[in-house]
Design a protein around this ligand. Structure first.
Ligand code: SF4
Ligand code: SF4
Length: 175
């Protein structure tokens, strides 16, 4: 009987001890990031997939479709297609495909591009359900980003014009 009671009290004591530790931690501020509601700021040296850089004065990609990055990539995951348009000094890109499933983020393409037309993105949030989701057209992606940025700028309150007063409706007689 004595041993039995001893076991009960011992069990109860260890339960109280465990709860004391749990409750002490429960009310402490959390140290983990509450993803996806919170996100860590990426360090400047973080390497996401490569992305095209646009010329701030023209908004167009700096890339001249010289294909140097394509030839340098050890994983053969870049395909660049360019076009020479009339009146332009350099070729312009019309397609810049990246197969991110093969990319080792080695950085050779970024280093070899003397025009600094590509860089590593800060995009760490990639998710997809198939391999095709990671085969990207970086040219189209850049264009889509620019369209989204322009739409966001238009929608910002500072960009909005003062709202025009609604035209007065003619009064209708109530009989
Ligand atoms: S990103 Fe640079 S290296 Fe690659 S095709 Fe364009 S200009 Fe040439
Ligand atoms: S980072 Fe390396 S593997 Fe990835 S696209 Fe550039 S050269 Fe190819």
């Amino acid at each position: 009987m004595k041993e039995y009671l001893k076991d009960i009290f011992g069990g109860f004591y260890s339960l109280v001890q465990g709860m004391r530790v749990t409750m002490a931690q429960f009310f402490k501020p959390t140290v983990t990031v509450h993803y996806p509601h919170e996100a860590l700021k990426m360090t400047p040296k973080f390497r996401g997939h490569i992305e095209l850089v646009s010329d701030p004065s023209t908004g167009k990609p700096i890339c001249m479709a010289c294909k140097l990055c394509e030839k340098t990539c050890p994983s053969h995951c870049i395909i660049v297609e360019g076009v020479k348009r009339e009146g332009e000094k350099h070729r312009s890109i019309k397609e810049f495909k990246l197969d991110f499933t093969k990319c080792s983020l080695c950085g050779s393409c970024v280093e070899v591009c003397k025009s600094q037309a590509i860089r590593f993105s800060r995009d760490y949030n990639l998710a997809g359900t198939s391999k095709e989701d990671f085969i990207m057209d970086l040219f189209k992606r850049l264009e889509a980003e620019q369209v989204a940025e322009a739409a966001q700028a238009d929608a910002s309150p500072s960009a909005k014009q003062p709202e025009a007063k609604p035209a007065e409706q003619p009064k209708t007689e109530v009989r």
